[in-house]
Design a protein. Sequence first.
Lengths: 386, 146
Amino acid sequence: VKLENVAVLGVGMTRFGVYPERSERDLAREAGLAALRDAGVSFRDVDEAFVGYLAGTPMTGVRAMKEFGLTGLPVTHVENASATGLVAFRDAAWAVASGRCRVAMALGFDKMTEMSAGARSVSRGVGRDVIDSVILPAAYFSLWAMRRMHERGTRPEHFAEIAAKNWNFGARNPWSDRQPDHEVTAAEVLASRKIAEPVTAMMSCPVDDGAACAILAAPELARRLHPGRPLVRPVVSVLQSETYARGHTFMGPVVGPPSMTRDTARQAYEEAGLGPEDVDLALVHDAFATEELEYYELLGFCREGEAEKLVEERQTWPGGRIPFNTDGGLIARGHPGGPTGLAQVFELTRQLRGEAGPRQVANARVGLAHLVGGGSVCTVSLLKRD
Amino acid sequence: VSGTRKQRVPIEPGFFSVPEDPADPPHLLGSLCNACGEHFFPRRAVCAQCLAQDTRDVELAPRGTLYTWTWVHFPLFGSKAAGHAGGYGVGQIDLPEGPRVQTVLSGGPDDFRIGMPMQLELETLREDKEGRDVVIHRFRPAEEPP
């Protein structure tokens, strides 16, 4: 169903990175206050909040919300693995669109550096030799890539070119974790440490801490508070879990088959009355560069078997037909988990308002955000400037 | 002979058979939907295709075809096997009945190609307190076509 009567009122985020000295609440407060400032409202105006994180214990979200004050508002925890932030955004958008509240907040935060440290100590001695162990995510997405290389003749250079593009987008984004001081090349990406064939370290996202926040509100409020600012609306926000098909792998995969992305995107386009030809930029789950190439096709930006051509023709590069991951994506901007989807909303909102500085996509009117999450789920949101 | 043979136990019951004689092939334990005929691994009570609450336990073929694979350039966490120190293979194997199974692979980085026949085997992980071998299922390249 299409979202009506809801707009993005404000966005805020911390730069993603490694912050051993900062707490989750500290990061959450910085992002949330930045979003409230951008929205031009007080926390007292927020009627409902949806808060997402992966690394914390139960109650962490409700407790973090106290950083902004204790106003009695309803707070709901949202968790969908890597897709968490976009799902919190979806819930906040629907809370406003349904008419049950006027202003809703979606907040995501995480300290993945602490989560991965914990996971390492658990795996020592017990390890991956359990019956239903989730393999290294890089290995899982490499299974996709190896199959694609077999079927389509994709070369590791294609994946390396995508990774280099995202690193170089990161250099143009002050909120990106990775901001290389030189033009990253595919050769450099290929020469970095091998993780799982064909993925190298520079094709992989970093382990990050950070927070991001979006404030959703009725469009009239956005127009009244910011008369000169382009109005950005969520048009659809679709969430799917896996659909059974022959060849489904029940044990071990990190996420479901690639077709999840195609199915979720189709539903999003259908409900929005938009097609891939209407989209000006896309932010996707490039935890590994190998994934981004698949999403070119699965999101409908080219026909099956033509994703390699998009890379060769630089169509997803700055100034290309459909720039992908303009903020650096998970690979450069970073992927703390809970806030990742809200960082995508942050970037899309700034792009659609024309506030993206050196990485601005000219005349951006429609943006797409896509994430997959372990378990597994896929979510696609389309945002549009009036 | 059987008196000197070491007893083997699965790392978790219900996923694969452990034949008494190590020369006998092990089988993955799956389900067959009585209503629509779809096979599954691992076992499940409700059919994922037609939702019938009517499945029965079956043993699946111990051979399949390699659908995809990768070589992970890290030691396999927790594995004592010397062959895992420099990394390990992971793959998805299509069984003739339909299920696609993801497991760690036995073999070296140059041993795999998509479409090759694969054979199920049991690998010993460690010895338990009673002196039995704890085993897990793996697939390795099959010597001859299935």
